[in-house]
Design a protein around this ligand. Structure first.
Ligand code: MSP
Length: 522
């Protein structure tokens, strides 16, 4: 039986349209999901929108709209943006979905019955921008460092979640990598936070926020978003909130997919994902995610993206300029995965020209033009993969290079080193480009040297396989390359991983079909 792979992105707040920050996490998850499908894993990829809470209610009212209408419109914009980016999510969960609401209510009731939720009072500071309670230590000059605003002083009756009961258990699980947090610096950050701070119980409900899920036993209260929103990772699989200890459902239905293998996010929401989220799962007796992977934050020209600075880049802007695959590639290659990065239009332009127009675009155009030339020549073997050719030193050496590239591809994507996987694909493309330059097939054609058959087969089969390596990153580009190679795209896509990566996928004698320029220069 194939392995399962369940990957999630955070669900994004719908207080604004998607930008390249949310697109970055979503594309990265898509690359990993496509990779796991490609190697044959039973893959489930979940993303969606987080639609309740004070912040969204406030933004909707400011825009003169009812919250429901407001979130409907924005959620549709997210779905459309992900469609345009060719994101292959298996479900798009919205926290206003009826099923999510009823499952969250059931789960909360269960926690209330088990006394993990109890009535209390919360006094403290609250940042609406983060939808999070703040301690004095979290603030810089009395303001939230992420939002630059002073948190509101709050004193309200609320239901509390017994987060404090889970401190030592969480510490242990994270320390021993039972809940793996990576990169390791991020794990150390959480460990040191748990060593230095006592986890306090948190508010599980708000009394004065109407835009939320009401508590079934006390209709005056709505759930606090950072409790309810986490449950999306379960409801997105069809979990109904049913709880028995141990859950009889785990192992079948939604439980076949549970728990997440990788949860992607940026550092802004790591702490809540490393505390409230696993504590909730422990309280409702479900197994914990295997890995939380924290990637970096994007700055634009060295500054945080913000509406007031006017430097917000939307995925739509990127697609307009560089095409869908261009946008996907530029975001994935912008920074080492797991580290912060600074992007700019200038850097995007340079990278586009270097890696896409001059890189894969030029390589495939060059290869296809040469194939046309050999096809139009009077040569007997236009591309040669006969047993003799396969045994030739020429082809053995070439095949070894391709299998080395596959090893790097698998190793890096298994380790979530997305940018390194891209580095090796580019390395393989350069190898092929140099191979063409060194072997000068155009001269062999002129000289009517039949050796060109072996060289051309290497080039074209090498290109077919490179297109497979590119597929998780730039699926449309791979398909265009296969088409130009004269392959039937649906047949190519129907291949399993072994067939796709086996030498000889291109039948000798296949006529190439020159097509459009893949990446016109900017
Ligand atoms: N709704 C919560 C998440 C709830 S999950 C149960 C939330 N939403 S958010 O819209 O603010 O999205 C935060 C996530 O968006 C980050 O963790 C990150 O994945 C992505 N990014 C948002 N801005 C980003 C950058 N500038 N750079 C990189 N990623 C960024 O928090």
């Amino acid at each position: 039986m194939n392995k399962k792979f369940y990957i999630t992105t955070p669900i994004y707040y719908v207080n604004d349209k998607p930008h390249i920050g949310s697109a970055y996490t979503t594309i990265a998850a898509d690359v990993l999901a496509r990779y796991h499908r490609m190697i044959g894993d039973r893959t489930f990829f979940l993303t969606g929108t987080d639609e309740h809470g004070a912040k969204i209610e406030k933004t909707a009212r400011k825009a003169g709209q009812e919250p429901k209408k407001f979130v409907d419109e924005l959620a549709a914009k997210f779905e459309l943006a992900w469609d345009e980016l060719n994101i292959s999510n298996d479900n798009f969960i919205r926290t206003t979905d009826k099923k999510h609401v009823s499952a969250a209510q059931k789960a909360l009731e269960y926690l209330y019955e088990k006394k993990y939720i109890y009535k209390g009072q919360y006094t403290g500071l609250y940042c609406v921008g983060c939808e999070q309670y703040k301690t004095a230590k979290d603030l810089v000059n009395g303001k939230c460092p992420d939002h630059g605003t002073e948190p509101e002083k709050m004193k309200e009756e609320c239901y509390m979640f017994k987060l404090s009961a889970f401190q030592s258990k969480l510490f242990d699980l994270i320390k021993k990598d039972k809940l793996l947090i990576s990169p390791v610096e991020r794990k150390n950050e959480v460990i040191s936070f748990l060593e230095k701070n006592k986890l306090e119980d948190i508010s599980a409900s708000r009394k004065n926020v109407k835009w939320g899920i009401t508590l079934p036993w006390d209709k005056e209260h709505t759930t606090y978003v950072w409790i309810e929103a986490f449950l999306n990772y379960l409801t997105g699989l069809g979990w109904s909130g049913e709880n028995k200890t141990p859950s009889p459902l785990e192992g079948e239905g939604w439980g076949e997919v549970w728990p997440p293998d990788v949860q992607l996010m940026s550092k802004d929401i790591l702490r809540v994902h490393a505390t409230i989220w696993p504590a909730l799962l422990l309280a409702i007796d479900l197994s914990l995610p295997k890995q939380i992977f924290v990637h970096g934050f994007f700055l634009v020209d060295g500054q945080k993206m913000s509406k007031s600075l006017g430097n917000v880049i939307s995925p739509e802007d990127l697609i307009k300029k560089y095409g869908v695959d261009g946008a996907r590639y530029l975001l994935m290659s912008a920074t080492p995965f797991g580290h912060d990065g600074d992007v700019s239009w200038k850097k995007f332009d340079e990278k586009y020209n270097a890696d896409l127009a001059n890189g894969i675009g030029n390589l495939s155009a060059r290869s296809i033009t040469l194939a046309e030339k050999t096809q139009n020549s009077k040569l007997k073997t236009q591309n040669n993969n006969s047993p003799a050719a396969r045994g030739s030193a020429e082809q053995v050496k070439f095949k070894n290079e391709v299998s080395k590239a596959w090893k790097e591809f698998i190793k890096n994507l298994n380790n979530l080193e997305i940018d390194r996987a891209l580095f090796y694909i580019n390395f393989q493309m350069k190898y092929l480009d140099n191979y063409i330059t060194e072997n000068k097939p155009w001269e062999l054609i002129k000289k009517k040297d039949e050796k060109v058959g072996i060289i051309m087969y290497n080039i074209l089969e090498g290109l077919r396989q490179i297109a497979w390596m590119l597929w998780p990153f730039m699926p449309q580009t791979s398909e265009k390359i296969w088409e130009q190679l004269g392959l039937d795209v649906s047949q190519e896509l129907a291949k399993n991983f072994k067939e796709a990566t086996q030498w000889g996928g291109l039948k000798p004698g296949t006529k190439v079909k020159k097509g459009e320029v893949l990446f016109p220069r900017i």
